[in-house]
Design a protein around this ligand. Structure first.
Ligand SMILES: O=C(O)[C@@H](CO)OP(=O)(O)O
Ligand SMILES: [Mg+2]
Length: 433
């Protein structure tokens, strides 16, 4: 009996101590599928709409409303539905909501049910979750290469640095275990390098270090130093990925980007120039959200300039939305897409975006949010779809480690290969010495 017998949602708390939704889906055969919903800070405007909380007297209000929707209207609609019919369930949820961005019931309410049902189906079928995801997606499973947050800025670190993330990609790792170990070495070497300079080693939202360095170049120098301190060779053993999160730098009134830490503004051309300079002088393999989410023309120019050498990932640009991705493909904007389940709102919609990315030759990067829980669904999502890359955050806090550790468990399956650097098909030969 794989039909839904009961749905129950509750409010739990995420890694920032903010309320979020957790959903239990119980099937007739007594199987429990549970999922918790993540939440972003540097969000794109076109994301599915979560019912979010304010602070003070509004604390808990948005999430409690979403929880109420799951326990009332959604539970009534999905009870009796077969959890193995994921696509039909997700369509039912989208139709029930009836709005474009899932604003009526809340994308967090809908996503919680979608993911919990998927887990219940996998458990009822006694199939590992990643294998069930692979079956739903029609993909060959495989282990992703992680990109691991080392230095944080932007909205994840009190704007201590202008750029949001500097990440390590353990390029020469031959296995997932080795990749995680290398990233841990780089992160702890980065902490040592900062301490040696008398700089703070405070933790940011994703467990990365938040030293408040003044420019991107200084941060990149620190990355190179950390890789070397870890006994590894920059450009060969470890390459660097960056998430500029440029939407949160965009000053609409000025029509330019505000690099507040540097004390200057930059226009589109100056941003492209700055980033191109980084890729020339440092072993940078991937840059996410280099420009604002609505600067399609700028994205096309950026992609013409750098797209044959590095990965250019659209996060706020695409918001895991198929139509926005298709627009990007038409315009030649970016060559990769960040995949976040809660930007989309359902599992089926997310799988659809991964399939569309692949069909267009765009690299999919499955990603966590800056607000996370112990839920490790995205590890199974990345492995099940063989996405090739995953971005979880740093290797320092339990919300992130839950996902790395789930990947370690999945890696026990001898049938699964490790993606290595296959997710970086355009990597410049010049990166390695
Ligand atoms: O910008 C991002 O890629 C994510 C994760 O790092 O951040 P947030 O969840 O705050 O959008
Ligand atoms: Mg991003």
């Amino acid at each position: 009996m794989t039909r839904i017998a009961r749905v129950h949602a509750r409010q739990i708390f995420d890694s920032r101590g903010r309320p979020t939704v957790e959903v239990d889906v119980l099937t007739g055969d007594g199987v429990l599928g549970r999922a918790a919903v993540p939440s972003g800070a540097s969000t794109g405007s076109s994301e599915a709409w979560e019912m979010r909380d304010g602070t003070g007297e509004y604390a808990g209000l948005g999430v409690r409303t979403a929880v109420g929707h799951v326990n009332g209207e959604i539970a009534r609609a999905v009870t009796g539905h077969d959890v193995r019919e994921q696509a039909a369930l997700d369509k039912l949820l989208i139709d029930l909501d009836g709005t474009e961005h899932l604003a009526r019931l809340g994308a967090n309410a809908i996503l919680g049910v979608s993911l919990a049902a998927c887990r219940a189906a996998a458990d009822s079928l006694r199939t590992p979750l990643y294998r069930w995801v692979a079956e739903l997606a029609g993909t060959a499973p495989g282990l992703p290469m992680p990109m691991v947050n080392i230095l944080s800025g932007g909205l994840h670190a009190g704007r201590g640095m202008d750029v949001q993330d500097f990440l390590a990609v353990p390029a020469s790792a031959a296995s997932l275990d080795e990749a995680i170990e290398m990233a841990i070495r780089v992160r702890s070497a980065a902490a040592d390098a900062l301490a040696a300079r008398g700089l703070p080693t405070l933790l940011a939202d994703e467990g990365g270090l938040s030293p408040g360095l003044e420019t991107g170049r200084v941060a990149l120098e620190l990355m190179v130093e950390a890789i070397e301190r870890a006994g590894l060779t920059p450009g060969r053993d470890v390459v660097v990925a960056i998430d500029v999160a440029a939407h949160s730098l965009w000053d609409a009134a000025e029509g330019r980007y505000h690099l507040a830490r540097e004390g200057r503004y930059a226009d589109r051309a100056e941003m492209i120039e700055m980033i191109a300079g980084w890729t020339e002088d440092f072993p940078v393999a991937s840059v996410e959200d280099a420009l604002d989410e609505e600067d399609w023309q700028g994205w096309t120019l950026l992609t013409e300039r750098l797209g044959d050498r590095i990965n250019l990932i659209g996060d706020d640009l695409f918001t895991t939305d198929r139509r926005r991705l298709e627009q990007g493909v038409r315009l030649g904007a970016a060559n990769g897409v960040l995949v976040k389940v809660n930007q989309n709102g359902t599992l089926s919609g997310t799988l659809d975006v991964i399939a569309a990315a692949r069909a267009a030759g765009y690299v999919p990067v499955v990603s966590a949010r800056s607000g996370e829980t112990e839920d490790s669904f995205i590890s199974d999502l990345a492995a099940g779809t063989g996405a090739g890359q995953i971005k979880i955050g740093s290797v320092r806090t339990s919300d992130r480690m839950a996902k790395y550790n789930q990947l370690v468990r999945i890696a026990e399956d001898p049938a699964l290969g490790f993606a290595g650097m296959t997710g970086y098909p355009r990597l410049a030969a010049g990166l390695a010495p």
